[in-house]
Every structure is written in structure tokens, then in C-alpha cells.
Design a protein around this ligand. Sequence first.
Ligand code: HAM
Length: 438
Amino acid sequence: MTMQSLPGFRTFYPDDCAGRNYILSKWREVARRYGFIEYDGPVLEPMELYEKKSGGELVGQLFDFRDKGGRRVAMRPEMTPTLARMVAAREKDFRKPMKWFCCPQFFRYEKQQRGRLREFFQFNADIIGESSPAADAELIALAIDILREFGLTEQDFVVRLSSREIWSGLLTEKKGAGAFGNPEIDQLLAAIDKAERQPESVVDSQLESLGLSWGEVKQWAAGLGERILAPDSADFGKPLASFRELIHAHLQSRGLLKYVEVDFFIVRGLAYYNGMVFEIFDRTKKERALAGGGRYDGLLDLMSDGKVDLPALGFGMGDVVLGNLIEDTPRAAEKMKVWLAKNRSADVFVVVATEQLRSEVLALVQQLRDAGLRVDFSLAAAKVGKQFQAAEQTGAQFAVLFGEEWPMVSVKTLATRAEQRIPHAELADWIRNRQKDA
Ligand code: HAM
């Protein structure tokens, strides 16, 4: 019997690994362009970190167990609780606002389906210590620019933007101050979060104990959209004003409004969000969410027992839905192909036509590698034709033939088949110059 891998866990053969590296390298590149710096945390955490901080569905999806010391531990399913703990412990060491990112692997015991596995990579970007809507816009702009970097456009994806703070303001407006406390607001938001995936009667029954109906709540949400678009209408104060500022001042000035839609049915399933929230979806609606995040201004206070109270916001973007979308979007797939070809290939494949020259070959291979070139060659004696075939398969740009012409070598540019004879000592410089011109 051959051993199978576990459901929802991927095996990365070199081609798969190359695709994964493409995604990870673009994530890092764009995050750095925005002045974010990289950090990481432990893969295994105390179980209670997530029980206390993640909330919602996530706690039921943990890969948790007891370690040999009897501790209840869990494989990390997300980064936000770890980040909050890290910041709470050493906040004073870092200049504000902190702009941090990471690209960790996470584990969730979810039902395996298109876009959802039990193991995935997730880009995280978070801004700590800035409460103005300028930070919300910086974060959303980063998410959009990452997707654009993969060759995706406003025809391919949309940022659905909302605010949990506005929902609680709205409840107060409709039902009067004090009519609803935090548990009731959480109950309403949890029902809205799942509403798209459930029959209306189920949503109604979830709202019944709050004295609300789904029809009524839907009407409120629709009315909210209009109020956002009309900047001079009366509103219920600061939450709506900062939301407008985010949209009308910041996102519009950056030219990013075409990627954004206000949609108050987005509320996010994690318990720590309390302000602006967003999710990114593909336009065809074939896929699950590509990314999600928002403000969690109270989480650091909670993590530090009141010692550190900093505003915070962030988002996570997984590699699985993103990979599907790249594959299904010709422009994005082509961009990835070009990157893969460039990054996979060796610069040089050395062909040994005269075995007596092998020690000279080894010296030159070493020298070329010292010069920073990617060099491959046949480790055992082989027919020249076979070695050229191997050169083609590695995708090398140049094949260098060591034969009777020594100390001259013959360099073949594999794409054009052009050939040239040069002294072996000049090879590294010759290749470098050619690469510069290309
Ligand atoms: P999340 O919505 O749970 O948020 O996950 C964000 C993204 O991670 C999803 O939109 C999806 O792309 C990907 N993802 C989640 N679960 C899976 C899965 N089982 N398989 C594949 N991809 C998945 C969070 O995790 C928040 N901690 C994000 C955040 C960072 N909020 C503030 N900072």
C-alpha cells in the first residue's frame, strides 16, 4: 500500500514549489514597497491564545492536542493573536505606526473544498498605533497593489468594504441607546456573517431573540449605502464620518475607488474586529474570499490586561484562492509563466566533450559559481548529445562546451542557437555582459 498524504495537506513537487515561491516573493516585494517589515512567530501556541482571542468558527477548527508535558497546544490557524501578544510584550521598542508583515503557513481543520484546505500560506499585513482612516486606506491600497502585481485588475477582483462600528451605531439609532449591549451586537453580526450561506428562515430564527427580522436588517444595510454616498446627509457621528473620509478622501485620491464597493453585509467572522472591515472576492464569485481583515482596536488592550492600548488593523490573504484566480485569468497566468521561466533556469550548463578536461571544467564551474552565476553540469561522463539535452531541460540560457578547442571554449545561446568561441578566462564577464543587455 502506498502512503497517502492527509486530506487538505499539499505536497510541493518542484513545479508546485516554484508556484508557491512566486506568490511568496511577490507578497514580500510589494509589502516592502509600502515600508512594511517582516516578522514571524511560533508555529505551535498555547491553546488558550485562540480560545480567548480568535472566537467564532475558528476555535472549532483548531489542530489541537496535548504535548508530552501535558500542555494544551494548537498549530497556528492565524497570526493576529500571536501578533497582539508580541506587540503587547515589547511595544515600547518599536516606532509607531508599526507596519509589519509575515507569510506564515497556517492549519485549520476545515472541510476541504475549492479554495479551502487544511494547510495554507497567508500573507498578513498589520498597522499598529495609528487610528486615522489614513491607515485603513494604506492597508487597503497594499492589498489592491498586491493583486495588481499578480496581473489582476478591477475586472478580476473587488474589495467589499464595511464597518462593524457603523452597525452598532445603526442599532443604537434604530432601537435607542442601551437597547443592545456587546453580546447582542455580536449575535447580530454573527448572523449577518453567515447570512449569504443560509436560508432566510434560519437567519430569521437567529435574529428572533433580538426582536429583529432579516428583512428589516437588509433594509437598514441598503439604506446605509446611500448615506455613505451622500456626504452632507445627517448621520450618527464619528463612525460614519471616518468611513466617508476613508472613501472620499483617501481611496479616491489614490485612484483606487474602482476596486472598492461598499457592502454592509460584510462583517467578518472573527471576534476581535470592531471598526472598518473588508473582504476581497473574485468578480465571477466562483471562489471563496481571497483576503479579509479590518480594525481590531481593542485587542491589544485585552491581550495586555489594559497595559497597552494601541489602535490596530490588518488583513490576511491566502495562497489557495489566489493561486486558483491566477490560473484562471490568462493575463495573470502569463505573468506567472514568465517569472517562473526566468527564475527556474540555470544561467549556464557546462558540457564536457573531452573527459580529460574534467578537472579544468571543475575549476571553471567553481569560478563561475563564485561569480554568482547559476551553473549546472553533468556529474558523470555522458554523450555530448545527452548533455545538450540536459542543458535544454534545465532551461539554461547558455551551454558552454569544453572540447578540443581548449583553452578556448564554445558558448551557445540556447534560445537563438548562436555560437561563439571565447577564452575560458573571459567566460564569467562575457555571460554577465550578455545578461545585462538582455
Ligand atoms: P481570515 O478571513 O480567517 O482572516 O483569513 C484570511 C484569508 O486567508 C482568507 O480570505 C483566505 O484567503 C485565507 N484562508 C483562510 N482559511 C483558509 C483555508 N482553510 N484554506 C485556504 N485559505 C484560507 C484571518 O485569518 C485574520 N487573522 C486576518 C487578519 C490579519 N486580520 C487582521 N490581521
